[in-house]
Design a binder for this molecule. Structure first.
Ligand SMILES: Cc1cc2nc3c(=O)[nH]c(=O)nc-3n(C[C@H](O)[C@H](O)[C@H](O)COP(=O)(O)O)c2cc1C
Ligand code: SF4
Length: 681
């Protein structure tokens, strides 16, 4: 083995009857990219082959249904419920083995959380669930409203039928050459529905006390052992804690771990959460690195079989540390592998600065894909789901390209265009690259956004892209370029109301500016001070700028009002982030988070707008029923934005070959900007 700074991360480990070359594990991630019949296709193979090529030692393929008819976790998940699926599964296993990885596949029945079918869902218990952050959300809403009871308890016959289906599915994997099988018993899916006292209210042999709730997974394990033989390694993924009242806590998790070991399991994969409390399950940006390690650590103290920990593991130094400290046997990475499947090889080669760290945004891989019945995408890795970005070669004609605006969309365009052989210059009006991301530094819970800006800045430097700082090029200066890509982002909207020019009015950008003059990110210093605002602030708007300004100001202890024209604030926001945000607005926090909470709950004023801002701080509001009201505040923060098109129009009118990237085209989000940048680059 070559020298590495991570001796623990890159040491082998035995799982059941096979050896894994290193401790890096791809924990299951349903990429929802299979064919409609659940068969493996080239998209699925390409995704997992990239992870194997990237040096990951143990790959657990994401949730795959043992019974399409009664439950698919996502509409195009992999299926293992028919023999004709075996050849595709075999090609998938071969693709991973080709690069030295060992592989498993997670069998999952979603039960009440099915994305398909949309009606007559089955579970441990009759229930009406409301799970807006799950991929089956629309099902639960629609059915619950229409019928009042959408989810029914399975009969004993149905349970035994499902047990057989799990065993048959595992057998198909074994035939296909997989090294092991993993059972999905986490996150409130079917097996978890039986294991959790919070969901399982049965009073037959599959419900009630701990051992009865454990009967379903244990019977499945025995059925697989009978079908596949005792040597076929079986692992299980379940949540260390569920973070709901009456749900599983760590003590019971440890008890279950001992039982699983006694019943012959080969490994334990300790995840987190249930969809009723989606924060710990999906880890939005608020969650710090390795926050869930404590659960695996406790389990590991009580068993001898290998234990995997997961959730917001991004940094190889941290992973090496928890392995060296004996807190886990393998480190499980899900979204990190989506954002950069070459994580392991980059770490091993000492190139950790080149790792494109997942920023936990859940936009590309969840909100704008699996949740709305699409195959997976990533906000910062355009190659996910779009193979053009894996195989692009040099452009037929080398062009001189100007990128106006050095935000994420502009930098991505510059990166791809340079890789294709074009000669690129970025013109950035400020003194640093990063655009809107740079404001995230000062917002509690959003610092991960900086990881991406930093990665892009390093790529731009590495590729030798020319950058003109403090520069807004004239049409004359751009005449020598073959193409002009305009990525000037969005500008703050200034509604034409009385008092808009008052000294009490500032923008969200003024508020989010960082005080520091000379940090590692701003070595040149020289920024303006953030706006000084009083103790009571009204934020006017309903998009990222508004949410960020509210978080920053409320975090600092201010009393914050937020005025939105909509019936609720942030309906555009990724739902797991929104779940945590709403809890923080109320003065609480996301489950398992221990960061500072707000001294004053945030007041949302829905369905309203401002009519006037008076000099003494009185603000006149008007609502959707034309009712007026008044509020006294120290400051008003403008936080709505519009596309900043002025430069684009000027260039286009001057006859330049100009195109738009990101918010200047249409105000969206990071993913929109990066995708535009990649496509135009
Ligand atoms: C798009 C997406 C798909 C996921 N699919 C699965 C899955 O199929 N099975 C599973 O056990 N967990 C699944 N998870 C949860 C992840 O495995 C992981 O526990 C979670 O994302 C937190 O870890 P991370 O920070 O490494 O991503 C999924 C998460 C995401 C975001
Ligand atoms: S979309 Fe966001 S959360 Fe998902 S993998 Fe990409 S960066 Fe990570």
């Amino acid at each position: 083995m070559s020298q590495t700074s991570y001796p623990h991360l890159f040491s082998p480990i035995r799982i059941g009857n096979f050896e894994v070359p290193n401790r890096v594990c791809h924990v299951p991630t349903d990429i929802s990219s299979a064919n409609p019949d659940g068969s493996v296709n080239q998209r699925v193979i390409t995704y997992y082959e990239q992870v194997a090529k990237g040096g990951c030692g143990f790959i657990i393929v994401g949730a795959s249904t043992p019974d399409k008819a009664t439950g698919r976790p996502t509409v195009t998940c992999v299926a293992v419920d028919e023999d004709p699926l075996i050849p595709g599964l075999a090609s998938l296993a071969e693709a991973m083995h080709r690069h030295g990885a060992k592989c498993s596949l997670e069998i999952q029945h979603p039960g009440r959380q099915a994305a398909w079918p949309r009606h007559d869902l089955i579970s441990a218990t009759d229930q009406v669930a409301n799970l807006p952050a799950s991929a089956g959300h629309e099902v639960v809403y629609a059915s619950a409203e229409a019928k009042g009871k959408s989810i029914r308890a399975m009969s004993i016959e149905e349970i035994y039928d499902l047990i057989d289906k799990f065993a048959e599915g595992a057998w198909r994997l074994q035939q296909a050459g997989f090294d092991s099988v993993e059972l999905h018993a986490a996150h409130g899916y079917m097996i978890a529905q039986f294991m959790s006292a919070y969901v399982n209210k049965r009073n037959d042999r599959f419900g009630g006390n701990f051992l009865s709730r454990m009967r379903l997974p244990l019977e499945i394990i025995h059925a697989i052992q009978r079908k596949c033989g005792p040597d076929f390694p079986i692992g299980i993924r379940y949540s260390g804690e569920e973070y709901v009242e009456g749900g599983r806590v760590l003590e019971e998790t440890v008890r279950a771990a001992r039982l699983f070991e006694e019943h012959g399991l080969a490994f334990l994969d300790i995840s987190a959460g249930i969809f009723e409390a989606p924060g710990p399950l999906m880890d939005p940006m608020y969650y710090p690195q390795g926050w869930n390690t404590y659960t695996a650590e406790e389990v590991k103290k009580n068993v001898k079989i290998p234990v995997i920990t997961s959730h917001t593991l991004r940094d190889p130094d941290y992973c090496e540390k928890i392995l060296a400290e004996g807190r886990t046997d393998l480190v499980g990475l899900a979204r990190q592998m989506v954002a950069d499947p070459y994580w392991a090889n980059k770490a091993r080669a000492g190139r950790k600065e080149e790792i494109r760290k997942c920023i936990s945004c859940l936009v590309g891989c969840w909100q704008e894909s699996l949740m709305i019945k699409r195959d997976m995408r990533c906000s910062i890795n355009p190659a996910v789901g779009d193979e053009r970005f894996l195989h692009f070669g040099p452009a037929a004609e080398k062009l001189k390209v100007a990128v106006v605006g050095g935000g994420p969309g502009g930098m991505e365009a510059a990166r791809i265009a340079t890789l294709r052989g074009h000669k690129v210059t970025i013109f950035e009006k400020s003194e640093e690259l990063g655009g809107a991301i740079l404001y995230c530094c000062t917002v509690h819970g959003k610092s991960k956004m900086r990881w991406y800006a930093d990665w892009q800045r390093r790529q731009v430097a590495r590729l030798g892209v020319e950058v003109e700082y403090k520069s807004v090029p004239t049409t004359e200066e751009l005449k020598g370029f073959d193409a002009v890509l305009v990525a000037t982002g969005a500008a703050v909207k200034r509604p034409d109301i009385r008092g808009i020019d008052s000294r009490r009015v500032c923008t969200f950008q003024d508020v989010l500016r960082c005080k520091m003059k000379n940090c590692e990110y701003w070595p040149k210093g020289g920024k303006a001070e953030p706006a000084a605002v009083g103790d009571t602030v009204l934020v006017w708007g309903d998009y990222f700028g508004a949410a960020d300004a509210v978080e920053k100001l409320a975090y600092e202890g201010k009393k914050v009002y937020v005025v939105t024209p909509h019936r609720e604030f942030a309906s555009w926001m990724e739902p797991v982030h929104k779940d945590v945000m709403v809890k923080r607005f109320a003065g609480g926090n996301g489950e398992a988070l221990s960061g500072k909470t707000f001294a004053h709950p945030v007041t949302v004023i829905p369905d309203s707008s401002l009519l006037e801002i008076k000099e003494d701080g009185e603000v006149i509001l008007i609502d959707g029923s034309f009712q007026r009201s008044a509020l006294k505040v120290d400051n008003v923060v403008l936080a709505d934005v519009v596309a900043d098109e002025a430069l684009f129009r000027k260039y286009a009118e001057a006859g330049l070959t100009a195109a738009r990237i990101g918010d200047v085209k249409q105000v969206r989000n990071l993913r929109g900007a990066v995708t535009d940048g990649a496509n135009l680059g």
